[in-house]
Design a protein around this ligand. Structure first.
Ligand SMILES: NC(=O)c1ccc[n+]([C@@H]2O[C@H](COP(=O)([O-])OP(=O)(O)OC[C@H]3O[C@@H](n4cnc5c(N)ncnc54)[C@H](O)[C@@H]3O)[C@@H](O)[C@H]2O)c1
Length: 324
């Protein structure tokens, strides 16, 4: 029997190959909501990233659907409970992109402490005539080694970020109200022949973390309350740096701009925004802010792992549905 799979937001070629080798017909073009609704009854599996919304009306029309696969972590674009109530399984790939997001945190951190986000913006125009002035502008950089990295959220990406921070010689501290002890596994490249080490770190209060950190990185779910606003910026060390590669809504963007303009914090790195595309443009225009357009999971390696994990999970559900 051949299953029909619609990868409506695309899928990595490896995942597509695994599905096709198992006998699936895989369609990878994107259908807009109306057309998807009119054709959804053709498919056994629907794969999405964040663009396609899978709401109750689409699930009602999906009479043949056995499984919905989400490439990535969040499931906010899928009515999960309703799908499961209708007998449609929902799977995702929560761990596949953790390493890539954590590396992006450090791309922002390394950039911020040396002012690379400023020089990248101005050197094409002013790099020749004002070389000396730009050199002076960035003459007060700092090192990450020896500094304290405060991580809010001790889940998969928070621990991966800690692993890199420890490797950079940083003091790493955690706040997570749902976790008491955080095990951070520090691994080495296999060719070095070194044994993995595990650091077990006790979580501390948010207030303590805000007061003690030189840099703060957020790794908590979105959809809830703002976690960093004016009161939290007030508690931070003068000249601290903030990185948000989690979800936009967890930081109050106006409070962030105020904290930078007043000199309370020195810089920020943002991959995510309250609205995407961003609507609050002040936050995009500050020299002190290093920016990326929500690309935490957008590496070749992460997308391959996402594709492979998704294919494995979807095939397991299709086989199960066939044998029932
Ligand atoms: N930038 C990107 O492209 C990208 C890619 C993948 C994931 N993400 C985001 O990264 C975030 C973390 O992902 P993850 O896989 O590590 O999730 P996870 O579920 O493994 O970890 C989240 C942790 O946050 C903790 N937490 C919840 N509320 C908290 C709070 N108020 N204060 C402190 N800790 C709190 C939880 O206890 C949990 O340990 C999510 O928001 C996810 O959407 C972003």
């Amino acid at each position: 029997m051949s299953w029909k799979v619609r990868a409506n937001d695309g899928i990595d070629p490896l995942g597509q190959r695994l599905l096709e080798e198992a006998g699936c017909i895989v369609e990878t073009d994107h259908l807009e909501a109306d057309e998807l609704m009119s054709r959804i009854a053709e498919y056994d599996a629907l794969l999405v990233r964040s663009a396609t919304k899978v709401r109750e009306d689409l699930i009602n029309a999906a009479t043949r659907l056995k499984v919905i696969g989400r490439g990535g972590v969040g499931l906010d674009n899928i009515d999960v409970d309703y799908a499961q109530h209708k007998g449609v399984a929902v799977v995702n790939t929560p761990a596949a992109s953790s390493a890539s997001v954590a590396e992006l945190v450090f791309a922002h951190l390394f950039s911020m402490v040396r002012g690379i986000q400023i020089t990248n913006r101005v050197m094409p125009e002013r790099g020749q005539e004002e070389f000396k002035a730009l050199k002076k502008l960035c003459s007060n950089g700092s090192e990450l080694a020896g500094k304290t990295l405060g991580i809010i959220g001790a889940g998969r990406i928070g621990r991966e970020t800690a692993r890199i921070g420890i490797g950079c010689g940083m003091n790493v501290i955690f706040h997570d109200p749902f976790v008491e002890n955080v095990n951070v596994e520090v691994s080495f490249h296999p060719s070095l022949g070194l044994e993995n080490q595990t650091a077990t770190l006790k979580t501390i209060s948010k207030e303590e973390l805000l007061k003690s950190s030189d840099f703060i990185s957020l790794h908590i779910p979105g959809g809830g309350e703002t976690v960093i606003g004016h009161p939290e910026f007030e508690l931070m060390k003068d000249g601290a740096g903030l990185v948000n590669c989690a979800r936009g809504g967890v930081v109050d963007e106006q409070a962030l701009v105020n904290a930078i303009n007043s000199g309370k914090i020195a810089f920020a790195g943002l991959d995510v925004f309250a609205k995407e595309p961003p609507e609050f443009l002040d936050v995009l225009k500050l020299d002190q802010v290093s920016l990326s357009p929500h690309i935490g999971a957008a590496t070749v390696e992460a997308q391959e792992r996402v594709g492979q994990e998704l294919a494995d999970k979807v095939l397991a559900h299709l086989s199960k549905a066939q044998s029932n």
